[in-house]
Ligand binder design. Structure first.
Ligand code: KG4
Ligand code: ZN
Length: 372
């Protein structure tokens, strides 16, 4: 549990090192927040392990953990050097403490603990999903509260975000995450992992109407998602395709089906959000790797415009995993006095809205799919 151990520091500027190692990117960044001023990303280093995992068609936890051990020191050193920030200028160290591949999370968290011990700095254990939740605030004026669609390789959920640490889950996937659907369908089309960006390129100019795909949950009550039927149907069609034109059309059909479901479910969440928010608070934020997709962004932009919402999406570099979002979440926690003890543990699963997860557990331990 985070504890309140020092008084909040309104007005002061806070400079925080953030470390991210929960999946297949070793990342570190230095971020500075100051009251009334835009967030400054002083550095952001992301070292991808994609080449090491590509032959296996997905992330191999043991390979990931070992690669994080090998590179974490140089990634953090580079982040501090790029930022031209000395250890003495840091106010704290933030690290992802979950959810994610626990071996990798332990590497980054342990490294952060060592730094905190050596430099006598406070540690902030950050939920990876909270990092994505604040990611739009790295570059945009995105005041709280806002409605958040978090879509990545491991997660797909809709949340009301009232402030740092204050989340209400409105819906989440009952099987696969949207990024997982992009990756699996892309894989069936012969694209290398992670297939989302390549599938988007392949889909350009394709005819999304050629292959009808399941329209799971469309128009249904609630804000939950389901992508496994779509994934299986598209993968089966992929097996029988003969031409590049057909592959292009299937990619376009899958992409448009995913975007349509994301927008349909988000429209439901908009209705719920509006029950307890003022017109001035109509803000829709999309975050996570799938937010990099142009068709997904366009569908959400259309929805936002039609409902009078401001649409905010981080630049592509902050959509996928990075250290800057962890540093910012850490800085925002530090600003309200929230820090963690050095014995805090890495957590493979860690829902942002623990109560909602307890009432409606969508993923049981050991199941593949979304991590929270
Ligand atoms: O947020 P992220 O880097 O990692 C997780 O926390 O999961 O998201 C990675 C996911 C992958 O599934 C990847 O295929 C997907 O985001 N992705 C995309 C695009 N860029 C990344 N999916 C569709 N279109 C894209 N342009
Ligand atoms: Zn992520």
């Amino acid at each position: 549990m985070p504890r309140l151990n020092h008084s909040p520091r309104p007005g002061a500027s806070l400079t925080v090192l953030g470390i991210e190692t929960s999946c297949d990117e070793t990342a570190a960044a230095v971020v500075r927040i100051s009251q009334g001023a835009p967030t400054e990303v002083l550095s952001s280093v992301v070292l991808s392990q994609i080449d090491e995992h590509a032959p296996f068609g997905g992330v191999v936890p043991e390979i990931a953990a070992r690669a994080h051990v090998q590179t974490i020191g140089s990634v953090v050193t580079k982040a501090l050097r790029d930022a031209e920030v000395g250890a003495a200028e840091l106010d704290g160290v933030a690290a992802t403490a979950g959810p994610g591949l626990v071996g990798g999370v332990m590497v980054g968290l342990s490294f952060a603990k060592g730094l905190c011990l050596a430099l006598d700095l406070p540690l902030v254990a950050v939920n990876h999903l909270e990092g994505h939740a604040v990611s739009a605030r790295l570059s945009e004026d995105a005041p709280y509260p806002f409605l958040l669609l978090l879509v990545s390789g491991g997660h797909c959920q809709l949340l009301e975000v009232a402030g740092i640490g204050a989340y209400r889950r409105l819906g989440s996937t009952i099987d696969d995450a949207a990024g997982e659907a992009f990756d699996k369908i892309g894989g069936a089309l012969g694209l290398a992992y992670p297939a989302g960006p390549a599938l988007e390129r392949l889909a350009a100019g394709g005819n999304p109407a050629r292959f009808p795909l399941p329209r799971a949950l469309l128009g249904r009550a609630g804000c939950d998602f389901s992508f496994s039927g779509l994934k299986t149907a598209a993968a089966r069609i992929a097996e029988s395709l003969a031409s590049d034109a057909e592959r292009r059309d299937l990619a376009a059909a899958a992409q448009s089906a995913i975007a349509r479901q994301l927008a349909d479910r988000t429209a439901r969440a908009v209705d719920i959000y509006l029950l307890s928010h003022t017109p001035e608070q109509r803000r829709l934020v999309v975050a996570g790797g799938v937010a990099a997709n142009g068709v997904v962004r366009a569908a959400l932009q259309d929805l936002a415009t039609s409902r009078g919402f401001t649409f905010l999406a981080p630049p592509l570099a902050y959509c996928t995993d990075n250290g800057a979002m962890i540093a910012l979440a850490g800085a925002e926690r530090l600003a309200v006095g929230l820090i963690d003890d050095l014995d805090v543990v890495a957590r493979p699963r860690w829902p942002l809205d623990a109560e909602a997860a307890r009432l409606a557990p969508t993923h049981l331990p050991g199941r593949k799919g979304a991590k929270a």
